[in-house]
Design a protein around this ligand. Sequence first.
Ligand SMILES: [Zn+2]
Length: 72
Amino acid sequence: MPHPFRWQPGEGQRHATLKPRPKGGFPDDAQIETLCGTQITVDNSDVAWLWTTCPECNRGAHELAGTPIVPG
Ligand SMILES: [Zn+2]
């Protein structure tokens, strides 16, 4: 069963969101709410996927997935 969240870079970090991703992904500059409670502007550039993971979203995602958080 797939997890209910998606990773999406925006605002300088990779966040997780519960919003259903539209076919083809969120469009650039779309505003979405993330697990950490922040509203981010979507950035789909290649470098955006290399940004660090938002620690709050990481924690929330692991809780949803029921898996332990791996340090580092
Ligand atoms: Zn976040």
